[in-house]
Design a protein around this ligand. Structure first.
Ligand code: GNR
Ligand code: NI
Length: 182
């Protein structure tokens, strides 16, 4: 297993639309294991393949308290069961250090393939519904900052670009620490 590099906004590769998986192979299962390892290490509650520069319709998540319930969704399709918006303070491993309120349909059904290549479906509410919609957005090249005002998005973009340049120089404190002060 190995840790994968997570792309960060405004990297244009995060804007690519992922292609459907055509066959669930051992190679794909290895990728899934690397994605789970990367998600737990981050730490995060979800990870879409797009975030690790793999442009296939594949995502992993674990919203359990004890981080012992990995879920895998291949070629996920979402149907809205209750469109009533649920506001949730979202963050993203590709937008490190930023959190903001995003509203999404509160109840969905997801249909996907599991790691054995079998079809399954699941109803989701609460954090699971939020996270699934956030991850499927990644597969369509969409980020949570796209739901914010242009002004907020530009501010986040400018600060992350500044962080990137500072990281390249190798001085200063972590990006997260500095954002705490804002
Ligand atoms: O780790 C994550 N936490 C989170 C919190 C609120 C709403 C969505 C998320 S997903 C995020 C991991 C990530 O970036 N997945 O794409
Ligand atoms: Ni994300």
């Amino acid at each position: 297993m190995s840790l994968l590099t997570i792309l960060e906004y405004p990297d244009l590769r995060l804007r690519k639309r992922a292609a459907p998986v055509t066959e669930v192979t051992d190679t794909l299962r290895n990728t899934i294991d690397d994605m789970l390892e990367t998600m737990y290490a981050a730490p995060g509650i979800g990870l879409a393949a797009t975030q690790v520069n793999i442009h296939k319709r594949l995502l992993v998540l674990d919203v359990s308290e004890n981080k012992d319930t990995p879920l895998v969704f291949i070629n996920p399709e979402i149907d809205v069961l209750d469109p009533e918006p649920l506001g949730y303070e979202e963050g993203c491993l590709s937008v490190p250090g930023y959190y903001d309120l995003v509203s999404r349909p509160r109840k969905i059904r997801v249909r996907a393939l599991n790691r054995a290549g079998q079809s399954f479906d699941m109803e989701a509410e609460g954090l699971l519904a939020v996270c699934l919609q956030h991850e499927v957005d990644h597969l369509d090249g969409k980020l949570f900052v796209d739901y914010l005002s242009i002004l907020k998005r530009q501010r986040i973009k400018a600060k992350l670009q500044k962080d990137r340049k500072r990281d390249e120089r190798g001085d200063g404190k972590s990006a997260k620490d500095e954002h705490e002060a804002l």
